[in-house]
Design a protein around this ligand. Structure first.
Ligand SMILES: Cc1ncc(COP(=O)(O)O)c(C=O)c1O
Length: 369
């Protein structure tokens, strides 16, 4: 299968590790096993963690983990869930399950590149719908309705959005579902950042709960700060899950029993993790807002959720060149907008440590251009 280079992942592989201050990522301070155990009151010796049998385990995810995941939805049963190798594995399985050559897909961008590059690689006809800054990076239902037709098989969205940090308000999400339902279109909703809304209920409604052809993808990486577990899931109606499991036999077998165990512990203690993360997220947002007030040469729509923001730097320099030279000079890693099809912007993780130091260095550097 030929597929386009995954621009974000290639950039991060090259630049993230050597960064002194890393603003290029998307996670909220990943937890150690120790921190998770302390937070959740788990005692590895007493609770039998070291007696875990390292066999393949329950193939599509343990009952314990699926029951925990089920609590994140209002309308789902364990049979509507399959556990995957991260949200990245979940997205891929959805595309493999649904798409054939010449199928039409609409992807809302900027987004995670999987949403358009995998469909393209499968021979689908992909239409991109670009979110606009002047609309606070939210979809315009009239514009979207023109692109999504009865010929469309799948609409892909990401809510809360990486990179913009925009959360689609529930009423607009319901309008999108209504529009897709009238045209009989599947929706893949990548909800890797669900639970990280900064305003109101941290959890937006899930597309799987709203629509019979709604497919929700979840992850342990962002909301629960456990990217090293490599656990995600698909939540959708049973025929889609059955097809995903069929595809899954070829690339997953099962996830690690250790990952399954700690993911269960984490979701069962989600309130404590969310409380921890909300403090980091709110502080990061406040720092970003304060910095933007002092540095008016930069433009940014303030995120309403997630972990990232897109900053327009208003200089006539390509974003890859800016990020490369800036990191060489200062050690601060940013993600170039070009890797997200958004030239003229950089993505920052506003939840990252040393955010203000990194942003101040960016302001000083840009003043010299
Ligand atoms: C929108 C989105 N989907 C999926 C992923 C992959 O996440 P995971 O670590 O669960 O595979 C990412 C990672 O950055 C993401 O931002």
């Amino acid at each position: 299968m030929r597929i386009a280079p995954f621009k974000i992942e290639e950039w991060m592989n090259r630049y993230e590790e050597s960064a002194l201050i890393d603003l290029s990522g998307t996670c909220i301070k990943p937890m150690s096993v120790n921190e998770l155990c302390q937070l959740s009151g788990t005692y590895p010796q007493k609770d039998g963690v070291f007696d875990l049998l390292l066999d393949y385990g329950k193939i599509t995810g343990s009952d314990r983990l699926k029951s925990a995941i089920k609590t994140l939805y209002t309308e789902q049963k364990v049979d509507n869930i399959t556990v995957t190798h991260g949200a990245i594995g979940a997205n891929q399985l959805v595309f493999l399950s649904l798409l054939e050559k010449d199928d039409e897909v609409v992807a809302i961008v900027p987004t995670y590149q999987q949403h358009y590059s995998i469909p393209e690689s499968l021979g689908a006809k992909v239409k991109l719908y670009f979110l606009k800054e002047e609309n606070n990076w939210l979809p315009d239902i009239a514009e979207l309705s023109q692109l999504v037709t009865s010929k469309t098989k799948l609409l892909c969205l990401n809510n809360p959005n990486n990179p913009t940090g925009a959360v689609i308000p529930n009423p607009l999400l319901e309008e999108i579902v209504d529009m897709a339902s009238k045209r009989n279109v599947w929706i893949l909703s990548d909800e890797a950042y669900r639970g990280l809304n900064l305003i109101g209920n941290p959890y937006s409604k899930s597309v799987a709960d709203l629509y019979s052809k709604g497919i929700s993808v979840g992850s342990m990486s962002k909301t629960y700060s456990l990217p090293g577990l490599r656990v995600g899931w698909i939540c959708a109606r049973e025929d889609l899950i059955s097809e995903a499991n069929h595809q899954r036999q070829y690339n997953t077998i099962s996830i690690s029993s250790i990952d399954d165990y700690f993911a269960s512990v984490a979701i069962e203690n989600q309130d404590l993790i969310l409380k921890r993360n909300l403090v980091i997220q709110q502080q990061g947002l406040k720092n970003l807002i304060d910095w933007l007030k002092l540095n008016t040469e930069f433009d940014c729509v303030i995120p309403t959720g997630g972990t990232t923001a897109l900053i327009k730097y208003n200089k006539n320099v390509p974003s890859r060149e800016l990020c490369r030279k800036f990191q060489n000079r200062t050690g601060v890693a940013l993600l170039p907008g070009e890797t997200l099809e958004m030239e003229g912007y950089v993505r920052i993780n506003f939840c990252a440590p040393y955010l203000l130091q990194g942003l101040d260095l960016l302001a000083t550097y840009c003043a010299t251009l």
